[in-house]
Design a protein around this ligand. Sequence first.
Ligand SMILES: *Cc1c(COP(=O)(O)O)cnc(C)c1O
Length: 228
Amino acid sequence: MTISQTIAQVQTRIKNACVSAHRSPDSVKLLAVSKTKPADAIRQAYQAGLRDFGENYVQEGTDKISQLKDLTDICWHFIGPLQSNKTRLVAENFDWMHSLERMKIAERLSQQRPPQCEPLNVLIQINLDNEKSKAGIQLAQVNEFAAALKNLPGIRLRGLMAIPSAEATDAGRSASYQRLFAAFSALREQYPAADTLSLGMSNDMQAAIAEGSTMVRIGSAIFGPRNL
Ligand SMILES: *Cc1c(COP(=O)(O)O)cnc(C)c1O
C-alpha cells in the first residue's frame, strides 16, 4: 500500500471511532509520527494532505525539518524525551512539544524560544500508570506544574499527553484514560487554551478517541513498521 492509502485507512478508522463515540470527526487531529522514516516519506504524507508531523529524536527531527523547509505550512511536534542540552534545537525548530515533565526544561524552552516566533505549544506528559521506566508527572501534580508554566513567556500550555502502559488490559487502560480525561477537563476549565489531549497510537486509537483524545499520534499504521 502507498502512504496515501494507509493515511486514508487511518482517517477512516479515526472517523469510525468518532462516530461510535458520538463525537464530531473533526474533533480529533491526526499527528503522523515519522521517527526513523526518511524525509521523502514525510513529503508523500504531506502530498496526501497531512500537515502535522511528530519526531522523537532532536537531531533526526531537525535534519528532516531543514530538508523539508520548502513545505512552509508543516507543523512540527517534538514527542520524545528531551535532555536539557538539546532544548535550544527544539525551541528554535518545533511548533509543539508533547513531552514536558520538568520545570528546568520548561524554563530553558521559554528562554530559548526566539522572540519572533509564536509561543511554543507545550503538553504536560503524564505517567498514567506510575511506571518506573516511563517519563511524565503524576496526575496529582498537574495543577502545580501548570501554575508554574503560566509565568513563563515563549511557551503556551495546550494540554496533556500520555503513553499507555504496554501491559495494561483493555479495562485497565480505559480506567487510566478516564482519569486522564477528567484531569484534562479540569485543566481546560482553568486554562481555556489547554484544548489538546494527545493520546492514542496505532494500536489504541479507537480506545483513546472513545475516552476523549483530541490528537492521535500515529506512526506504524501510516509509515509501516520501524526496523530500528
Ligand atoms: C513512536 C511513537 C508513537 C507512534 O507509535 P505507533 O505505534 O507506531 O503508532 C506515538 N507516540 C510516541 C510518543 C511515540 O514515541
